[in-house]
Design a protein around this ligand. Sequence first.
Ligand code: ATP
Ligand code: MG
Length: 185
Amino acid sequence: MELEPGAGGEGRGAGGQNVNPSPAPRPSPPPFELASHSPAETEALGERLGRILTGGEIIALIGPLGAGKTVFVRGLARALGCPPEEVASPTYVLERVYPGRLVLRHLDAYRLSGAGEFETSDLGAGLGAAGAVAAVEWADRVAGAMPAGALEIVFEVTGDAERRIRLAAGSDPGRRLLERLAAGE
Ligand SMILES: Nc1ncnc2c1ncn2[C@@H]1O[C@H](COP(=O)(O)OP(=O)(O)OP(=O)(O)O)[C@@H](O)[C@H]1O
Ligand SMILES: [Mg+2]
């Protein structure tokens, strides 16, 4: 797995007198990208992330059919002490729940019409609850219902067994998780 620090790019601005007493807003967490060369590598990335989750995280998984979203969730499940062999795309049931060290909620928005349906169904309830991790496949279909602080993981198919995986965080805790992942934890 090749780890490439993201382009980042957001400068911290020129030095000099800070006329604003409130702390400067932190730049968005720098997204970073990885190249996965096999399903096993993608699952291993999910497992690495799963190991450092503490509950309350929401993981928005984005990418086309067969991109590797479910493979990634299998890795999460393994790390959370949930049975990975039971993890399958929850497309027909919209959600599967796996008890483990943390509860893993595996959701799939593929068949939903949009954020409204997500919010009015039970699916959106309890997102971000302590003691649970929510992994949402096709999160871009319900983007308006995804909390701003969610971790976003975008999968791009770049070859038969190649995937480009881009990770970004919308909150400081998420940023810290990604920093730990990027550091090889
Ligand atoms: N590097 C890779 N990472 C992940 N999966 C890969 C990779 N290379 C090949 N694959 C294959 O791609 C498929 C990914 O399937 P998966 O069910 O995870 O996709 P998905 O994104 O969840 O799709 P869907 O939207 O249909 O649920 C599997 O058949 C897997 O073996
Ligand atoms: Mg899937």
